[in-house]
Design a protein around this ligand. Structure first.
Ligand code: P6P
Length: 281
């Protein structure tokens, strides 16, 4: 696994440089989910593919930016589902963006995750790894090494509320749930970038991030394989929970690697409240 973590660090340094110095606007193509791809999306995907290709423990790569998985080494142990540059359009307005990696065995179901990693490209470049040893944060140093900073754990209850999705398309039930957190004094922290938004809640000790099913996207917007399962794993390893409103997210089995799901990530108290609100939905 360390070989894969090292490869992610190498890719992160190149991706951070590309974000800051090589932005090339939109391409003529769309990804499997129908998002128009930035040249940067395609460029970052190529960086990862080139760096991961020689690693013989990787059986295949499944990228959010490609329709089908890309086979690598037949006897490889791991399947890697990744989003090379999540929230890439935020780079145009100089906000933080990120890369997300799920490291699976056998198939891309949530319970087959063996580790999850994300990288935040912001004022600092930070990498967070989650595996059976817990959740660890590393920071890019001037000598291009990643130094260990700390272990991350979530409190039972937090203070931040990150409500995703177009509000006019929320169900009345979801609108009431979001407003109840604000009525309890939670602070709004939402940039539209899943990686920095979830990173902030982790670093500030807790809260709730939600991207529900809405009238325009009933199955939610966020992709299970590349975004939702890796963060669900991180949050559970940090002592939090992650559900679709009712079920544990990691118990879900996608029928296609680009499937999406409604998702809630947070501290235990907040997830308990979500479960209670959605119980009769
Ligand atoms: P909305 C970015 O496009 C992204 O995929 C995630 O990073 C983010 O959480 C979500 O979409 C934001 O979506 O509909 O709230 O703008």
């Amino acid at each position: 696994m360390q070989e894969i973590y090292n490869a992610i660090q190498t890719a992160a340094i190149k991706i951070d440089y590309a974000i800051k110095h090589e932005d090339k606007g939109y391409s003529q193509s769309q990804n499997a989910t129908g998002d128009t791809q930035l040249q940067l999306d395609i460029h970052c995907d190529k960086i990862i593919e080139e760096i991961f290709s020689p690693i013989t423990s990787i059986k295949e790569l499944a990228s959010e930016e490609k329709e089908a998985p890309h086979p690598l080494h037949e006897k490889g142990r791991y399947l890697i589902g990744y989003d090379p540059l999540d929230g890439s359009s935020l780079a145009d307005v100089n906000l933080s963006v990120g890369s997300i990696f799920g490291i699976y065995e056998n198939n891309y179901s949530g319970n087959n995750l063996k580790a999850a990693v994300y990288v935040v490209y912001g004022p600092r470049v930070e990498m967070v790894t989650a595996d059976e040893s817990g959740v660890k944060m590393f920071r890019l140093e001037p000598d291009n090494t990643f130094a260990f900073v700390k272990e991350i754990t979530l409190n039972e209850k937090g203070k931040l509320n990150a409500p995703g999705g177009t509000q006019k398309n929320w169900s009345p039930l979801h609108k009431e749930l979001v407003e109840s957190f604000f009525a309890d004094g939670y602070r709004l922290r939402y940039s539209g970038g899943m990686v920095p938004d979830l990173h902030q809640i982790l670093l500030k000790g807790g809260g709730i991030f939600s991207y529900p099913g809405t009238s325009d996207v009933p199955q939610g917007k966020l992709r299970m394989t590349f975004e939702v399962f890796p963060f669900a794993y991180v949050y559970e390893q940090a002592g939090g929970e992650a559900i679709d409103g009712k079920q544990r997210l990691l118990d879900l089995i996608p029928s296609h690697i680009h499937d999406t799901t409604p998702c809630f990530f947070g501290s235990k108290e907040e997830i308990k409240k979500v479960r209670s609100s959605y119980a009769n939905n």
